[in-house]
Design a protein around this ligand. Structure first.
Ligand code: ADP
Ligand code: GLC
Length: 490
C-alpha cells in the first residue's frame, strides 16, 4: 500500500511532543510490514540538514492558495534506521523561523502556514508521481487534507483511488481560523461556510471538525480516549460531531519505537541496562545525580528518585503536582527531577521548588532529548498525573526502563498501566481516578510503600520491563484501518 503521512512534526527532525514520535514510528513499522510510506513535513528553519543528511531536490511545484499560486521546493531525507523517505516542504516565508507553532500563543499566520503545507502535500506527491492509496493526516494542522481529497483532488488521477484517514492526537487544539481569510485560502470560498457546515463551529473555521467530517475513517490514539471524546468533558465541543461519525471512529493505541527507547541499547545513557542488570540502572541514577550536583547528601541516598518529562500545560496535571509535591519533598521521602517547558506560571512554580529544595529537587526548564532519556533511566518512578491524556508515550518509555509510572487513569494512561497487586504480584504501576490532590497523593504513597519492600520492588520492575508496546503492533492495526477506509470508498 502507498501511504502518504502528513504531519506538522516528525522525530527526530522537528518535534514538540508525542505527535512527532508517532509520525516517525508508524511509517517505519509500515515499511517493515512491506508497505511503501512517504512522510511530508515542513522544512522548518531549525532542522539540522547537515546532521540528518537532508538534501535539496530539483522538485519545485506551485501551490494554489486562494486565487493565486505560491511555490514550494522539496528537500529529501530518510527516517533513521529505515529507508522511509521524508520530504520537507520548503517555503521560507512560512517555515524559516524559530519554532514549530510559535507557542504559547501561536504564530498569527498559522492558518496560512498549515493550509499551505496541506495543499502543498498534494502538489508534492503529484510532482513525485507518488500515487497514494491512503492519505493519513494528523491533528488539526493537516486536517484540511481530508477536505481537499474529497473536493479539489477528487478527480485527479494521482488521488482518485486514495482514501483519507484522519488521526486525532489531541482534541484540545483544534486549529481555529478566521473564516473569510481561511475559506479564501483553501479555495472553498465563503459559499461553503454557513452555520452547521463541515468547516464551521461557533462562527469560525474549525480545522479539527473539518478533518472529522471529511475523513473516510477517523482514529484516535487510544481506545479509552476514543470513548472519552464522545462526551462533553473530553470532546472539547466536538462531541456531537464525533458521535455523528461514531461508526467510523476507532481508537488505536500508539506504539513505541524501541530502536530509540530501549534501556539496553540507549546510547544516551551512562550505562545501558536490562532487567537482568538492574544494578546498572542504579548507577545511571547515581551518575545523573552526581552530574547534577546532588550526590553528597548521604542521608538521601536510599530514597527514590521521582521524575517527570513533560510539556508544562494544564493537560499534564501540573496543578496537582503544585498541590502535592512540596509535602513529599518536605518529609524527605523522595527526590524529584523534571525536565519541562511550557506555561510561565508552571515554570515559575518549578523554579520556586528548586529554590526551596536545592538538595532534593532538580529542575530543568527547557527541552532536551538527551536529558529526557537520562531522567527516564535514572528515575525510580515517573509521574503522569494528566487531567486528560489521549495516549501518552512517556509512561510506555518508562516501563521499558524499569521506571514505575504513577498515572491518572485516563485515556491511554488507563490503557497501558495496570495497578500493582501485591497478592497476585501483577501490575506495572499505580493509578488514581479522580483529578484530586488526595487521590494523587494516595497513589504516590502506595508506590513509595512498594519501593521499600524488596520482593515487590523487583517484581513490579520485571513486570514493567516485560511489557511490549511496539509500534509494529499499532502499525499493523493502522493497515487494517486503511483497508477498512479503502473498502468504504469502493
Ligand atoms: P504530549 O505529546 O502530549 O506532549 P506524549 O507523552 O505523547 O505527550 O509525548 C511527549 C514526547 O515529548 C515524549 O517523547 C517526551 O519524551 C518528549 N518531551 C516532552 N517534554 C520534553 C522536554 N522538556 N524535553 C525533552 N523531551 C520532552
Ligand atoms: C498528543 C497527546 C498525547 C499523545 C501524543 C501522540 O500530543 O497529548 O497524549 O501521546 O499526541 O499521539
Amino acid at each position: 500500500m502507498n501511504i502518504l503521512l502528513l504531519s506538522a512534526e516528525v522525530t527526530p527532525f522537528a518535534k514538540a511532543g508525542g505527535l512527532g514520535d508517532v509520525a516517525a514510528s508508524l511509517p517505519k513499522a509500515w515499511e517493515e510490514l512491506g508497505h511503501t510510506p512517504i512522510v511530508i513535513v515542513p522544512k522548518y528553519g531549525h532542522i539540522d540538514t547537515r546532521k540528518y543528511e537532508i538534501v535539496q531536490t530539483e522538485v519545485i511545484f506551485s501551490v494554489p492558495m486562494g486565487t493565486w499560486q505560491e511555490y514550494g521546493r522539496l528537500w529529501r531525507g530518510v527516517l533513521p534506521d529505515s529507508t522511509v523517505p521524508v520530504y520537507f516542504i520548503q517555503n521560507q516565508d512560512y517555515f524559516d523561523r524559530e519554532g514549530i507553532y510559535g507557542n504559547p500563543d501561536g504564530f498569527a499566520d498559522n492558518d496560512r502556514r498549515f493550509l499551505f503545507l496541506t495543499r502543498a502535500a498534494f502538489e508534492a506527491a503529484r510532482a513525485l508521481q507518488f500515487k497514494p492509496d491512503i492519505i493519513h493526516a494528523h491533528d488539526n494542522h493537516t486536517a484540511f487534507a481530508m477536505a481537499f481529497l474529497k473536493s479539489q483532488y477528487r478527480n485527479d488521477p494521482s488521488f482518485h483511488e486514495a482514501a483519507g484517514v484522519f488521526t486525532i492526537h489531541n482534541m484540545a487544539y483544534q486549529g481555529l481560523y478566521e473564516p473569510k481569510r481561511a475559506m479564501e485560502l483553501t479555495g472553498f470560498g465563503m459559499k461553503s461556510f454557513y452555520s452547521g457546515s463541515w468547516f464551521e463551529q461557533h462562527g469560525i473555521v474549525n480545522s479539527m471538525k473539518t478533518g472529522i467530517m471529511f475523513a473516510d475513517k477517523i482514529t484516535t490514539v487510544s481506545p479509552t480516549y476514543s470513548q472519552e471524546i464522545r462526551w462533553a468533558k473530553y470532546g472539547e465541543g466536538l462531541q456531537n460531531n464525533l458521535n455523528e461519525r461514531g461508526g467510523d471512529l476507532i481508537g488505536v493505541l500508539n506504539g513505541v519505537d524501541y530502536t530509540e527507547w530501549d534501556s539496553e541499547k540507549d546510547t544516551m545513557l551512562y550505562n545501558p541496562y536490562s532487567k537482568d542488570t538492574l544494578s546498572l540502572k542504579e548507577s545511571n541514577k547515581q551518575k545523573f545525580l552526581r552530574d547534577c550536583g546532588l550526590s553528597e547528601n548521604e542521608a538521601l541516598q536510599n530514597i527514590p528518585l521521582v521524575g517527570m518529562v513533560t510539556r508544562l500545560t494544564d493537560q499534564k496535571g501540573i496543578e496537582l503536582l503544585e498541590q502535592t509535591i512540596e509535602n513529599f519533598l518536605s518529609y524527605g521521602v523522595m527526590r524529584f527531577c523534571i525536565i519541562g517547558s511550557g506555561e510561565r506560571k508552571y515554570e515559575d512554580f518549578l523554579r520556586y521548588i528548586a529554590r526551596k529544595f536545592p538538595r532534593r529537587a532538580l529542575i530543568q526548564i527547557g527541552y532536551n532529548t538527551e536529558q529526557s532519556h537520562k531522567i527516564i533511566a535514572a528515575s525510580d518512578f515517573l509521574l503522569v498525573p494528566s487531567r486528560f491524556e489521549p495516549c501518552g508515550l512517556t509512561q510506555m518509555y518508562a516501563l521499558k526502563y524499569g521506571t514505575i509510572p504513577i498515572v491518572r487513569a485516563t485515556g491511554g494512561l488507563a490503557d497501558t498501566i495496570e495497578e500493582f497487586n501485591p497478592t497476585s504480584m501483577t501490575g506495572t504501576g499505580f493509578l488514581f481516578s479522580a483529578y484530586q490532590r488526595k487521590d494523587f497523593a494516595a497513589a504516590i504513597r502506595r508506590a513509595l510503600s512498594v519501593y521499600s519492600v524488596q520482593p515487590y520492588w523487583n517484581i513490579i520492575r520485571a513486570n514493567a520491563m516485560e511489557c511490549d508496546f511496539s509500534a509494529l503492533r499499532s502499525g499493523k492495526t493502522y493497515i487494517d484501518v486503511f483497508n477498512w477506509a479503502r473498502n468504504s470508498i469502493r
